[in-house]
Design a protein around this ligand. Structure first.
Ligand code: TEU
Ligand code: CA
Length: 562
């Protein structure tokens, strides 16, 4: 594997709408991010990925872009953006924008022109087909947000367009070279502004199996999960290779793909030395346990052994062929501490344990905003507290399937994307210090206990532990080992234990005990030094923050082995 400038970095995802509001309108903004740069630098973060801030109707919170060349006024101005890039550079930090090019907004000029003249140039920017009332749809794919992927074209009852996400997100026709050139032009334009690169949204969807065809239905609605079509669609590499060559490589951009459903034999094409992207997220443990038969059929907590299985599987697959990007949560997933740790165990030490396990994996660690202080899911009391377009769809589906209001709210909210989108908890003042106005989404009432201010001077806090992890990753002593060395599982069959070696210039052993009782673990050689410990000043058998006894000991140690 060739060495790259970003390999030893730490990355952080900002969801701007919920990060920090500088002007009291209840919406986080770019000046708010600039104000917090020193905080992020101190945390040890080098790369900042910003979820979309382009001009957008915000139907899907900016993942529906109406102008790729401007900033939405709710987030700030182009000057603010340039200022942010400049201020980040001063601190040796890099900014990544979100590249959302599987689709644009239905309010984008291209789509508006397509509506005016479906047979003209812009009609061919989208997938538009003829439609007859009562006639079968061109294919039975189910949109990610529910319902068929086809929608009548506004003003043209005899035409319909394809959207694999919401109907306000028409899919761009990547088969059209003019579309691709527009995308590359936009990437280069942003790179010229001094970006570090891009996170690439939903990219696996750009290649459709054509001509349109049905796949076996997997639910009573007669529709077929998008995964079935994607498994059958070949040739995405032509688009991605072209994009890398024409837009990313000339700038040595760092790119991280949101890549689901990649075929094993194509991994190398994606993130090998000459790959389409620099890196891609490891979603193995997020996909695990989610049923294709219905989003609410099987979502649940992951046990430590299932989590171990997922991370080790990815590590084995990748080896030293490339670098994955490791996460425990993002803006589409529940909070990691609520997905991997059962409620009765969710204390500060458990949060640190999880942090240690994922941060020491081989790959680039991404921290999602608020994760560094152990932010948790929100208890939603009514459906009105939810804003997310996809949760609202899921709620509707659950109601239609006969669930009561209460049941539907409970299933839809448990894994709602809004869990991770509540405002960042900066202090214990009004609105958790996020805004002086009315926050656009409810603040988690636990902000009195969980907030940055309470942790920033506390050596035992989750925040302090994340700082230790970033410092360790950058330390002269262990850097090479943590960044580049292979991961070798240890005592893989032992229940409720996640243990692995990193063997490079040094040999590190990570031991995480997820069981209630203390356990003895055979060391392969005497430990030279404990370099990391999540329980520095806490006694063994940590109780939950509310005093109840948990079901595991939450003990992680990282040590150097002779
Ligand atoms: O998500 C892509 C994606 O595949 C989602 O359907 C994901 O599986 C789901 O949200 C998990 O709950 C990206 C963005 O991250 C997401 O926020 C956008 O809504 C989506 O693309 C459309 O742009
Ligand atoms: Ca604002």
């Amino acid at each position: 594997m060739k060495k790259q400038w970003w390999h030893d970095k730490v990355a952080y995802q900002i969801y701007p709408k919920s990060f920090y509001d500088s002007n009291g309108d209840g919406i986080g903004d770019i000046p708010g991010i600039i104000e917090k740069l020193d905080y992020l630098r101190d945390l040890g973060v080098d790369i900042l990925w910003l979820s979309p801030i382009y001009k957008s109707p915000l139907a899907d919170q900016g993942y529906d872009i109406s102008d790729y060349y401007s900033i939405d006024p709710r987030f700030g101005t182009m000057k603010d953006m340039e200022h942010l890039i400049h201020e980040a550079k001063k601190r040796q930090m890099y900014i990544l924008m979100d590249l959302v090019v599987n689709h644009c907004s239905d309010e984008h000029e291209w789509f508006q022109k397509a509506i005016q003249d479906p047979d003209g140039k812009y009609g061919n920017f989208f997938y538009i087909t003829d439609r007859k009332e009562g006639e079968k749809l061109p294919c039975n794919w189910r949109s990610y947000f529910g319902g068929p992927v086809w929608e009548p074209l506004p003003g043209h009852p005899d035409k319909q367009y394809l959207h694999v996400f919401h109907k306000k997100q028409p899919d761009l026709n990547w088969e059209n070279p003019e579309v691709r050139e527009e995308v590359y032009k936009n990437i280069r334009w942003w790179m010229e502004k001094g970006l570090g690169g891009f996170r690439i949204d939903a990219i696996i969807n750009i290649k459709k199996k054509l001509p349109f065809q049905d796949y076996p239905a997997d639910r009573e609605d007669g529709l077929s999960n998008m995964g079935n079509m994607l498994a059958d669609a070949h040739g995405i590499g032509e688009f991605l290779g072209e994009m890398a060559k024409k837009a990313f490589r000339p700038y040595n951009a760092f790119t991280v793909g949101e890549v689901f459903n990649v075929k094993d034999d194509e991994l190398k094409d994606f993130i090998g030395d000459e790959g389409y992207f620099s890196s891609m997220f490891d979603f193995n443990s997020h996909v695990f346990g989610k049923s294709l038969d219905g989003w609410y059929a099987s979502q649940r907590y992951l046990t430590p052994d299932e989590y171990k299985h997922c991370i080790f599987e990815t590590q084995k697959k990748i080896g030293d062929m490339g670098m994955v990007s490791n996460i425990i949560e993002n803006h589409d997933e529940p909070r990691g501490v609520c997905y991997y740790i059962q409620p009765q165990d969710r204390c500060t030490d458990a949060k640190k344990l999880l942090a240690g396990v994922y941060f020491m994996l081989r790959g680039l660690p991404f921290i999602y905003q608020g994760q560094e202080i152990g932010m948790e899911n929100l208890d939603f009391h009514t459906i009105d507290e939810i804003d997310d377009i996809s949760t609202l769809d899921e709620y509707k589906v659950a109601r239609e399937a006969g669930l009561s209001d209460e049941e539907a709210l409970s299933v839809a909210s448990a894994f709602s994307r809004d869990n991770a989108r509540t405002p960042v908890q900066w202090d214990d003042g009004a609105n958790a210090g996020f805004t002086t106005g009315k926050p656009w989404l409810k603040v988690n009432p636990n902000y009195k206990q969980i907030n940055v201010q309470a942790q920033v001077n506390d050596e035992d806090s989750v925040l302090a532990f994340y700082k230790k992890l970033t410092r360790l990753r950058k330390s002269e002593e262990y850097k090479e080992t943590i960044v580049y060395s292979q991961l070798i599982p240890y005592l893989e069959e032992e229940k409720n234990l996640i243990a692995y070696f990193r063997k490079g210039e040094k040999t590190l052993l990570v031991l995480a005990n997820f069981q209630k009782d203390p356990r003895k673990v055979q060391l392969p050689a005497p430990a030279k030094k404990v370099v990391l410990n999540n329980k520095e000043s806490v006694n063994w058998g940590c109780p939950r923050d509310n005093g109840e006894q948990g079901t595991f000991r939450k003990d992680t140690r990282g040590m150097e082995i002779e």
